[in-house]
Ligand binder design. Structure first.
Ligand SMILES: [Mg+2]
Length: 216
C-alpha cells in the first residue's frame, strides 16, 4: 500500500508553461519596481549590488541565466508573493490533481511535494491555486536544500526511517524517477500537455492522468 505520495510540481501537477512563462515573466516585469521600492530594507538586494542600479542589472543577468542564487531566488519569491496577494498570479493545477489528492488522503496516505523551487515558493504555489488554498492537504515540502532531484541520496533523506516500498513518487522527469527507483521507491512517469517527449520510459509506468490512481 502507498502510505506516502511524493509529487513533483512542474509538468506533473501543474503545467510547465505556468512556471516557465507566467511566473518568470511576472518576476521579470516587476524587478525594477521591486528594487525601487525595497532597496532600503531587503538585505537580499544589498547582497546583489552596491546600488539600486547595479542590483537591478545583476538581477537581470541572473534571470537570463536561470540562476538559482539564494538572494536572487528570495527576490523572485518576494515578487511572486506580492503577485499572489494581489491576485495577479493564480497557480495552475491540472483538473485531476485535487480529486487525486483527496483520494490519497481518504485511504490514509500522506502527500508530500518535492520540487526544485524553494519551499516558500512551493507553499505560495499551493496556497493560491484556482481552487483556493490546498496547503492543509499537504504534509510536507522538500526542495534542493535536501539534495538535487536526480540523486538517490535525496530520496533517502526524504523517506528517513520509513520503508521505501510504501512510497510512490510521480514526476515528468525520468532521471528523477530512476534516482528514486534505485532505493526502492515506486515511481510513475507523468505525461502532461506541454511536457517534453520522453522516448525511453525504461519500464516505468506512464500516467497521462491521475484518474486511474487510488481508485478501487
Ligand atoms: Mg517536473
Amino acid at each position: 500500500m502507498v502510505k506516502y505520495l511524493l509529487l513533483d510540481i512542474e509538468g506533473t501537477v501543474g503545467s510547465i508553461s505556468f512556471v516557465k512563462d507566467d511566473l518568470f515573466s511576472y518576476a521579470e516585469k516587476h524587478y525594477k519596481e521591486y528594487v525601487e521600492q525595497h532597496y532600503e530594507e531587503d538585505q537580499n538586494l544589498h547582497a546583489l549590488g552596491d546600488s539600486p542600479e547595479s542590483t537591478l542589472s545583476a538581477i537581470r543577468k541572473l534571470h537570463a541565466e536561470g540562476s538559482k542564487d539564494r538572494h536572487f531566488k528570495h527576490v523572485q519569491g518576494s515578487i511572486w508573493k506580492d503577485g499572489y496577494k494581489r491576485n495577479e498570479l493564480v497557480s495552475h493545477l491540472f483538473p485531476d490533481v485535487i480529486p487525486f489528492i483527496e483520494r490519497a488522503l481518504q485511504i490514509g496516505s500522506k502527500v508530500y511535494i518535492y520540487s526544485s523551487g524553494s519551499v516558500p515558493a512551493q507553499k505560495l504555489y499551493f496556497s493560491h491555486t484556482e481552487s483556493g488554498d490546498i496547503l492543509p492537504f499537504l504534509s510536507g515540502f522538500f526542495d534542493t536544500t535536501t539534495g538535487i532531484k536526480t540523486e538517490s541520496d535525496s530520496y533517502k533523506k526524504i523517506i528517513g526511517d520509513s520503508d521505501a516500498r510504501e512510497w510512490l513518487f510521480l514526476s515528468d522527469n525520468i532521471n528523477e524517477l530512476k534516482a528514486a527507483q534505485r532505493i526502492g521507491i515506486h515511481v510513475g512517469l507523468v505525461v502532461r500537455p506541454g511536457n517534453e517527449t520522453v522516448s525511453e520510459t525504461e519500464g516505468i509506468p506512464v500516467y497521462h492522468s491521475f484518474d486511474c490512481l487510488f481508485t478501487e
